[in-house]
Design a protein around this ligand. Sequence first.
Ligand SMILES: Nc1ccn([C@@H]2O[C@H](COP(=O)(O)OP(=O)(O)OP(=O)(O)O)[C@@H](O)[C@H]2O)c(=O)n1
Ligand SMILES: C[C@](O)(CO)[C@H](O)COP(=O)(O)O
Length: 390
Amino acid sequence: MAPTVAVILVAAGSGARLGRSVPKAFVELAGSPILARAVDGALSAAEPAQVIVVAPAELMDEARSVAVRAAGPSATGYLTLVAGGATRQASVAAGLTALAPEIETVLVHDAARCLAPPELFDRVAARVQSSGRAVIPALPVTDTVKRVQDDVVLETVDRSELRQVQTPQGFPRAALVDAYARADREYTDDAAVVAAAGVAVLVVDGSDRAFKITTPWDLQRAERLLEEPAGALEGLRTGIGVDVHGYDTAVPLWLGGVHWPDEPGLAGHSDGDAVAHAICDALLSAAGLGDIGGRFGTAEDRFKDARGDVFLIETLALVTHAGYRVGNVAVQLIANAPRFAPRRAEIERHLSELLGGPVSVSATTTDGLGFAGRGEGVTAIATALLLPAR
Ligand SMILES: Nc1ccn([C@@H]2O[C@H](COP(=O)(O)OP(=O)(O)OP(=O)(O)O)[C@@H](O)[C@H]2O)c(=O)n1
Ligand SMILES: C[C@](O)(CO)[C@H](O)COP(=O)(O)O
């Protein structure tokens, strides 16, 4: 998606038809709140410049923490939380007030359609940008449709002209904002709001996975889809990374993202955190995004003396935007010093929180052999498993 696309994720509904004690966005779907899955889905659709989550007014803090956890540490730059209104239309209107100045294309999406695939967002956004029109995804109607009054059939409707309409629905920003300003009644979708203002609406193919979780049966269906064993290995990617740094007693030691007082530091353009750098390489290689040298070169001043955490956060953002999440990372340090064992849990916790997936660390020596054995420096070797974004 172009850097001028925003997704407004409406999640402020109560979910009366689902009948749970919490609003629908907070209902768990296979271990994650519906809102988390929706944020994840919106983000895996390649780089929206802004994601506006419209949440129940009384649950803003909870919504923020769910959304930030789903989006990862780099979320603050593009994630905006807004309180919703009494109707879906009022919630979309609230979301529109938060659009950043650079946004030109707006995708409005129901959080309740949290399994909508990334390519659906891309398809809608691309069509808006190529046509300059409003664009909605839709599926043909497969059942026979009848018009009825009470329990009497009046007629059979010609279904060939009918479509079941989904979200995300896409719009040029100005057309959507203008139509919302003029809307004088409630419509059931955003396309109807712009159509009432005279804007032409185009249709692209929808997706079966973009169904709306409305009833308990829909929730069960979504649970089943997420459990599907078929193709479970599809889209998994592994990567490997190695980094070596020599000791430099004149600098402090940062390794595994933590500070080691009283230990010799590591020489390098950045802080020499071989563990962090090896993990970055493993993640980048798994995603097919090259390596740390190519992505964050020594020519860039901002990386001079930079902490390992800086590289990990930037790497995670690249990997996320490429459509992946971290399955797990394993890293081994080969060195005489420092001794990792006493701080292993702390380092694992730090790195796992940073990457949003489990990181395990281990360490070994080389029985005095080689440069590590002679105490000249350290090697770190990391492997990473990436999973497709949800
Ligand atoms: N006042 C509202 C009502 C709905 N929505 C959002 O609009 C989407 C589609 O609405 P629907 O599925 O009907 O959700 P609810 O209104 O929560 O469901 P119900 O009608 O069963 O209460 C959902 O993501 C919902 O959170 C919203 O942001 N603000
Ligand atoms: C916007 C929508 O999802 C398109 O199908 C739908 O109209 C929302 O309707 P609801 O009654 O708010 O669920």
